[in-house]
Ligand binder design. Structure first.
Ligand SMILES: C[S@@+](CC[C@H](N)C(=O)[O-])C[C@H]1O[C@@H](n2cnc3c(N)ncnc32)[C@H](O)[C@@H]1O
Length: 277
């Protein structure tokens, strides 16, 4: 199965990349080492989402925003034929290194197309990074065979409420201007209406509070290092330490318990079916 071909010097397998703000692979913000070393909870806590997908031998599956590929590999263990796509060259390279037997492509969730259709599309902890849900869901719907399923989990309405408030407040002080968070954290109603617009009927949807312990006394600042590049890129490096200290100070009352930092995650989990019409 091959993706719509767009010449891409960074990806010999021909996945496509759409240049643009926050999507350009030249500005890859992802560190596979920090992701796998300190944030493996992201895929470890999502094993049950793969169970909801329930892949079967011989089915064709697509993993959107596959990262370093651990859940793609979990899907492959079922005997399904799976392809992982991600727009980070570093994450795709690491996924290929771990699982050379699985097909991984460098491609953007906003603009991808494959020659054949998939029985299921899966996505974990990736869709809150997108900038245009309509474009992404249109691509997902187009990729699915009629009756095929879309199973996803990502940050929902109210996700990391305290953490975001602390980061926005600390960055405002240092930058002297507001820098509101860049993520897409929809309500069930908002996301369901996007899915329905693109011929995907929602069969299950939930918002799940999942306060998640972070690793070690540097857990909160490591989280910001990993996922807060939007702010770190704007704050001069010699002020990063001050930034981390302020985020910790503001967060302490709500996110530090029994000597552990927590991320106040709230996930949206959805199962939808492509209509036959
Ligand atoms: C937190 S990681 C999750 C990775 C994997 N799904 C997992 O559960 O371990 C988020 C991933 O989404 C990818 N991503 C973000 N925006 C994307 C986009 N527009 N197109 C494709 N991948 C994207 C990132 O590159 C990153 O690898």
């Amino acid at each position: 199965m091959s993706a719509r071909e767009v010449p891409d010097s960074q990806d010999p397998s021909g996945g496509r990349v759409v240049p643009g703000i926050d999507r350009d692979c030249d500005t890859d913000q992802w560190s596979p080492d920090l992701y796998e070393g300190k944030h493996s909870f992201v895929w470890k806590l999502a094993a049950s989402v793969v169970e909801l997908l329930a892949p079967k031998p011989g089915e064709r599956m697509l993993d959107v925003g596959c990262g370093t590929g651990q859940l793609t590999a979990r899907i492959a263990e079922s005997g399904a034929d799976v392809v992982g796509i991600d727009n980070s060259p570093a994450m795709i390279e690491e996924a290929r290194r771990h699982y050379p037997q699985i097909e991984f492509r460098l491609a953007d969730a906003h603009d991808f197309e494959f020659d054949g259709r998939f029985d299921g599309v899966f996505s974990n902890a990736a869709l809150h990074w997108i900038t245009d849900p309509n474009q992404v869901v249109a691509c997902i719907s187009r990729a699915l065979t009629p009756g095929g399923r879309f199973v996803c989990e990502f940050g929902g309405d109210g996700n990391i409420r305290y953490l975001v408030a602390a980061i926005e407040s600390a960055s405002h002080r240092l930058l002297d201007k507001p820098a509101p968070h860049p993520w897409y954290f929809p309500s069930i109603a908002a996301f369901a209406s996007v899915l329905e617009r693109h011929k995907l009927d929602v069969t299950q949807a939930a918002l799940i509070d999942r306060p998640t312990p972070l690793e070690g006394s540097d857990g909160l600042r490591n989280w910001v290092r990993m996922f807060g590049q939007y702010w770190l890129a704007q704050i001069p490096p010699d002020q990063h330490e001050q930034f981390f200290e302020q985020v910790e100070e503001i967060s302490r009352a709500n996110l530090f318990k029994d000597s552990l930092w927590y991320a106040d995650y709230r996930r949206i989990r959805v199962i939808a079916r492509k209509t036959h019409a």
